[in-house]
Ligand binder design. Structure first.
Ligand code: GLU
Length: 416
């Protein structure tokens, strides 16, 4: 039988955006406007490589909609980046900002490259070249980039420096996820993981369980996955499985997370140091209390969803579950905390960083964490309430919560 499960992230996002807008009572024109970004820039970036040759990289920046305010979202460096993915990711950023009630629309950028195979110098030239290429359409009141897959505070620092040189003034609010000394926020580095941890605690609470002693599986050991594993370990959960691009580690009595964090390289690779790995497929189907996909898209599909044993799935990655995967886990009564809610912690603290930059007044880590927790919990309750009262699955509920403010802003501005 042919598969009906679309793995095209843009196509499946558009299906749910349309459903959400229809449920909220919006017309065809609103669907037409919000199903694609209003602006997508494609750029070519020449970089003089260490061996003297010039390599030309392709990059994108997509801005979904700026009716609410400037657009906001990360830039990823990955060999699989493509235009449709960046478009979908910009829409997801709109939904995250909408759920958290931030004064932004969604944006996203990406460069097709493999940073694991590039030198520091080459990465600096690529980051600076990207900013020069997109400088016309970004800025602290237009579109504010941030880290994403395989980009970090150092890359944000180079991008900030290039932007400040072009504009000839210091402009820390141009980008978030910066090093602290350049105007970064306390708590930004760990924010996505902290937000996910708050969602896990809340989901467990709803099932009458406690974090302490719960068995957690984390797929992916990048920024979100590694800090999350640490938070879970510190809170007394038993992290029985983790994985990276090479494979997965499993121990039914719990893995030594601090030791794995010590051994991990800056791209999140650690399992290559071990033998007796299990596959990523086996990892997802482990018997556990909470499953956290924290890697890439399309991991839980119509194929493996029937075999998932976890009663709770909290999506730390963007787009890890397909539409059919969502339908199957919902039918199986698995509590799904969708990506646009669960992973909103990063952009929430990015917003705090931007506010601090604009004010020139910096907050304590406690203040950041407290405000983050309040916003995440408010988002969860709102989405859960829609799920319950409108009898829609958690993903559609999150889309409804996420798109409403934007659609209202579009209507008030008279665009539709
Ligand atoms: N890249 C992160 C995300 O997908 C953070 C974006 C931001 O901080 O603007 O949510």
């Amino acid at each position: 039988m042919a598969s009906t499960d679309s793995h095209d992230v843009l196509e499946s996002t558009q299906v749910v955006i349309e459903q959400a807008l229809r449920k909220l009572g919006y017309n065809d024109s609103m669907v037409e406007l919000l199903k694609l970004p209003m602006r997508v820039l494609s750029v070519r970036i020449p970089v003089r490589m260490d061996d003297g040759s010039t390599k030309v990289f392709t990059g994108y920046r997509a801005q979904h909609n700026d009716a609410v305010g400037p657009t906001k979202g990360g830039v990823r460096f990955h060999p699989d980046v493509n235009e449709n993915e960046v478009k979908a990711l910009s829409i997801w950023m709109s939904l995250k900002c909408g759920i958290a009630d931030l004064p932004y629309g969604g944006g996203k950028g990406g460069i097709i490259c493999d940073p694991r195979k590039m030198s520091f110098r080459e990465l600096e030239l690529l980051s600076r070249g990207y900013v020069r290429a997109i400088s016309q359409i970004v800025g602290p009141t237009k579109d504010i980039p941030a880290p994403d897959v395989m980009t970090n505070a150092q890359i944000m620092a180079w991008m900030l420096d290039e932007y400040s040189r072009i504009r000839e003034f210091d402009s820390p609010g141009f980008i978030t996820g910066k090093p602290l000394v350049l105007g970064g926020s306390k708590g930004r580095e760990t924010a996505t993981a902290r937000g996910v941890a708050i969602m896990i605690a809340e989901a467990l609470r709803m099932k009458g369980k406690d974090i302490k002693g719960s068995r957690v599986v984390v797929q992916g050991f990048g920024n979100a996955g590694s800090y999350l594993a640490k938070f879970m370990y510190d809170a007394g959960a038993v992290v029985i499985g983790i994985s990276d691009v090479n494979g997965a580690l499993y121990n039914k009595d719990g893995l030594d997370i601090p030791d794995l964090l010590d051994k991990r390289d800056s791209f999140g690779t650690v399992t290559n140091l071990f033998q007796n790995l299990i596959s990523n497929e086996e990892l997802l189907e482990l018997d556990c209390d909470v499953l956290v996909p924290a890697a890439i898209e399309n991991q839980i599909t119509e194929e493996n969803a029937p075999r998932i044993k976890a009663p709770i799935i909290v999506e730390a990655a963007n787009g890890p579950t397909t539409l059919e995967g969502t339908r199957i886990v919902t039918e199986r009564n698995i509590l799904l905390v969708p990506d646009v809610l669960a992973s909103a912690g990063g952009v929430i603290v990015s917003y705090f960083e931007w506010v601090q930059n604009n004010q020139g007044y910096y907050w304590s880590e406690e203040e950041v964490d407290m405000k983050l927790e309040a916003m995440m919990l408010k988002g969860f309750r709102h989405v859960y309430e829609i799920h319950r009262t409108r009898s829609v699955d958690m993903r559609l509920a999150a889309y409804m919560a996420g798109v409403r403010k934007m659609a209202e802003a579009v209507r008030f501005r008279g665009w539709v």
